[in-house]
Design a protein around this ligand. Structure first.
Ligand code: SF4
Length: 309
């Protein structure tokens, strides 16, 4: 029988750390997983970035460091310093942004030039939820500036709920678009726009590799998220090497049930009150986790991920 460590050895290692540089954002998108917005709190310090990069180096398997949010460009000096430090240490570096800063091609070149040569992927959020008409040209402007500076760029686009929903799963979408997942703010604002499916149907987590994660998110408070709002440890309290070595997914109070029988198993395991139907797997998972926060405060954290600040 495979042991936990031999099983890990035959699986892809943890290779990506995504730093949530800030929970703040210029926008308050309906589909945002992390409840980003202008009045959110929680921003990573340079010391925490430095510590996280140290930990990533010690783990030895991390290839990619991403800076995202919220909107990472809101804290430009810290973003720039973090990017340069990550690159100096030999990591591939990515940034996720809504390109609010690209008001003209000349401006966009000024913002991106100090980062050119240090970014291996600039992912630009571009869809009907990001921004209003007055800024809708920014993603294309940012892309053109990135192209001139030889910065690899791609777009992240989320389809409208009605365009992507088929019985709680992603339907057929145009190339480059993703379905809304109903967790975070999307659970509260968008789930009612699509038909619900019986809660008992949600017997797996379709989206995250919960047993052997290849990428995790680190937030400004050090929480290591295997999915937004599900912590497997705190990087400011324990070394990353120790968190990963001690990770026992079946013993985690939320990941364990998810592996056993998906979000429906969380409901059964903790005998939670529930609706008859939910928009998708994430909707049931998120609502169940919200109900369990007081029971598992260390694992279902922080408040920002649950819209409680
Ligand atoms: S089912 Fe739960 S753990 Fe899986 S992706 Fe959705 S919210 Fe995350």
């Amino acid at each position: 029988m495979a042991t936990a460590s031999s099983s890990r050895a035959s699986s892809p290692p943890l290779s990506g750390l995504h730093l949530l540089l800030t929970y703040q954002c210029t926008f308050e998108c309906d589909h945002c997983f992390v409840w980003g917005g202008p009045f959110q709190t929680g921003t990573m310090t340079l010391d925490t970035i430095e510590h996280t990069l140290d930990q990533a180096g010690l783990l030895g398997t991390i290839e990619w460091i991403y800076f995202e949010g919220g909107e990472a460009f809101l804290y430009y000096a810290i973003l720039k310093s973090g990017v340069l430090r990550a690159k100096q240490r030999g990591f591939k570096v990515g940034i996720v942004t809504n390109a609010y800063w690209a008001n003209s091609e000349g401006d966009a070149l000024e913002w991106l030039r100090p980062l050119a040569g240090s970014i291996d992927d600039l992912s630009i959020s571009s869809d009907s939820y990001h921004g209003s008409g007055e800024t809708s040209g920014n993603p294309e402007t940012a892309r053109e500036a990135a192209r001139q500076l030889d910065i690899p760029v791609d777009f992240i686009s989320i389809a409208e709920p009605e365009a992507s929903h088929v019985s709680g799963a992603a339907g057929t979408l145009p190339a480059g678009e993703s379905a809304v997942l109903y967790r975070g703010r999307a659970a509260e604002l968008l789930a009612s726009r699509v038909p619900s499916t019986s809660w008992q149907q949600f017997t797996v987590c379709p989206w995250e590799e919960l047993r052997h994660p290849e990428r995790v998110h680190v937030d400004p408070f050090g929480h290591l998220h295997i999915c937004q709002g599900i912590s497997i440890g705190n990087l400011l309290e324990r070394p990353l090497t120790k968190i990963m070595a001690d990770f026992r997914p079946d013993e985690h109070p939320v990941i364990g049930p998810l592996l056993d029988g998906g979000p429906a198993e969380i409901v059964r395991r903790y005998e939670l009150a529930h609706e008859d139907g939910y928009a998708d797997h994430c909707h049931l998972c998120y609502e169940s986790r919200r109900a369990l926060r007081s029971k598992f405060p260390a694992e279902l954290t922080p408040d920002q991920m649950y819209g409680e600040t």
